[in-house]
Design a binder for this molecule. Structure first.
Ligand code: NAP
Ligand code: ZN
Ligand code: ZN
Length: 349
């Protein structure tokens, strides 16, 4: 067994605390990664607090993982000791359904195996995520990471990056499109970077006046405060796409009117509370709402390679492991610029 140090939520109400556990000995198809950086996603908070339904405790969150391979199983072909490697939101899937065969394992008909808050397939062994010193994963579910980019800024690409890249690619968003990004946090800031990189005209819709200058630095062409009624009214019928990254309760119908004819709101944010959608906000302009869940392994690798080529990384605030509970509180206050990333050396000391 591999001894692991971690931080875990022990229940929905209390702060995360140190936790020790064992991972199974390395399987023949697995690589073992010494975790160097772990990003902090708002999904970690929703899950740790059982906001989406009861979690499996103790819960070790973290699905934006980068580190170095320290051991490989006897069948491993594509990684060697010393390589950089990443792990995102899932570590396994059925491998035989149509979605898995199409490389969209996140939509596995049997359900993907989450990096945390899941059970290893066919067992009662919980999966534990990246707020830990080391992780083992089947090489098919691991990503290759370029040596070119700062590693701390790469970690958030494994969730915030792919979650925003995937729907923009799916919809062929690019030149000639007007895109609004709603909510400037971890996902939102990556959405701006990708939409700009793909050639779209990008408007940042944010509730935080303090983020205007940053939005422009990230590449957004326009910034509008969602509380500015006049400015919002001027945007009615103007966007082809709205990428909605908001993590907290809000009303979709407050924003649907900003879509032009045939426009689409892409839901990636997952507030615990549902939103009501009046039919009139859709039918008058044949608008639609779609959702999108992270991305498959192949597309995640494509996104990482694209980022390495274009020099795209996340804007990060590096924290020590014991700062995690304060980081959660700040994220809930929308006070993160724009992703907390844990330096896992702080857990190894
Ligand atoms: P985050 O960094 O905390 O950012 C969320 C942003 O939403 C905030 O920075 C804020 O932006 C805005 N916001 C917060 N509360 C709001 C409110 N009450 N009304 C309006 N806007 C509000 O979170 P994240 O890590 O980017 O995650 C965002 C959401 O996506 C979470 O629900 C997460 O679970 C979900 N998620 C989904 C997927 C997927 O596959 N679909 C993957 C990862 C995460 P401003 O300050 O600009 O207003
Ligand atoms: Zn995430
Ligand atoms: Zn499957």
């Amino acid at each position: 067994m591999i001894q692991v140090k971690a931080y875990a939520a022990y229940d929905a109400e209390n702060p995360l605390k140190p936790f020790q556990f064992e991972r199974k000995d390395l399987g023949a198809d697995q690589i073992q990664i010494d975790i160097l950086f772990s990003g902090v996603c708002h999904s970690d908070i929703h899950t740790a607090r059982s906001e989406w339904g009861p979690a499996i405790y103790p819960l070790v969150p973290g699905h934006e993982i980068v580190g170095r391979v320290v051991n490989v199983g006897s069948n491993v072909k594509n990684f060697k000791v010393g390589d950089l490697a990443g792990v995102g939101c899932f570590v396994d899937s059925c491998r035989k359904c149509s979605s898995c065969l199409e490389g969209e394992e996140q939509y596995c008909e049997e359900g993907m195996t989450g990096t945390y808050n899941s059970y290893e397939r066919g067992t009662t062994t919980p999966t534990y995520g990246g707020y830990s010193t080391t992780i083992s994963v089947d090489e098919k579910y691991a990503l290759h990471i370029s040596e070119k980019l700062p590693l701390s800024g790469v970690a958030p690409l494994l969730c915030a990056g792919i979650t925003t890249y995937s729907p923009l690619k799916h919809l062929n968003v690019g030149k000639g499109h007007k895109v609004a990004v709603l909510g400037l946090g971890g996902l939102g800031h990556m959405a701006v970077k990708f939409a700009v990189a793909f050639g779209a005209e990008v408007t940042m819709l944010s509730g935080s006046p303090s983020k205007e200058a940053d939005a422009k630095k990230l590449g957004a062409h326009h910034f509008v405060l969602t509380s500015d009624k006049e400015a919002m009214a001027s945007l009615v019928n103007s966007f082809d796409f709205i990428l909605n990254t908001v993590s907290a309760k809000h009303s979709y119908s407050d924003y649907l009117g900003l879509l032009r004819k045939n426009g689409t709101m892409i839901i990636v944010g997952v507030p615990p509370e549902p939103s009501q959608i009046p039919a009139f906000s859709l039918i008058g302009k044949r608008r639609s709402i779609m959702g999108s869940l992270i991305g498959g392994i192949a597309q995640t690798q494509e996104m990482l390679d694209f980022c390495a080529e274009k020099g795209i990384v996340s804007e990060v605030e590096i924290i020590d492991m014991d700062y995690i509970n304060e980081a959660y509180e700040r994220m809930i206050r929308s006070d993160v610029k724009y992703r907390f990333v844990i330096d896992m050396a702080s857990l190894k000391q």
